[in-house]
Design a protein around this ligand. Structure first.
Ligand code: DAT
Ligand code: MG
Length: 149
């Protein structure tokens, strides 16, 4: 079953949007299989954003992600990687469509509330980086036949 890694960033936690954000993925019908509050270390932040190492915004991005707790999650479902990216919206909240998380709650690219894996392979790498096998729980939602034919 397809899985993706989602992380509510420090701004989402500080602005009390955790419930609102998690609710969108629950309401869509995806299944939560991993969840924890994390005070991110510099080492983890640098590994997670390693692809952006050479970008000018990298130092402030690492500073931001380590500044206050984040909510790390793994969600499961058919097509969840691409669908979660659509639910999240464009990187710059000013360009993100209304109805998306960033479009509804954000203004600034450096305060865009949530991270979502951008492809299947990245999702696998990020799930492994943030969660141990023991922290991931496979379970059968009773509502599944009412979500998936
Ligand atoms: P996304 O989070 O939509 O996958 P990304 O992988 O291109 O976007 O960048 C990772 C994060 O880095 C992004 O969520 C916010 C920050 N970022 C990206 N581009 C930026 C920019 N031009 N200025 C400041 N921060 C930026
Ligand atoms: Mg990205």
């Amino acid at each position: 079953m397809e899985r993706t890694f989602l992380m509510i960033k420090p701004d989402g936690v500080q602005r009390n949007l955790v419930g609102e954000i998690i609710g969108r993925f629950e309401a869509k019908g995806f299944t939560l299989v991993g969840l924890k509050l994390v005070q991110v270390s510099r080492e983890l932040a640098e590994k997670h954003y390693a692809v952006h190492k050479e970008r000018p915004f990298f130092p402030s991005l690492v500073e931001f992600i380590t500044s206050s707790p984040v909510v790390a999650m793994v969600w499961e479902g058919d097509g969840v990687v691409a669908s979660a990216r659509k639910i999240i919206g464009a990187t710059n909240p000013l360009s993100a469509e209304p109805g998306t998380i960033r479009g509804d709650f954000g203004i600034n690219v450096g305060r865009n509330l949530i991270h979502g894996s951008d492809a299947l392979e990245t999702a696998q790498t990020e799930v492994r980086l943030w969660f141990t096998d023991e922290e991931l729980v496979s379970w059968e939602p009773v509502a599944k036949p009412w979500v998936i034919e």
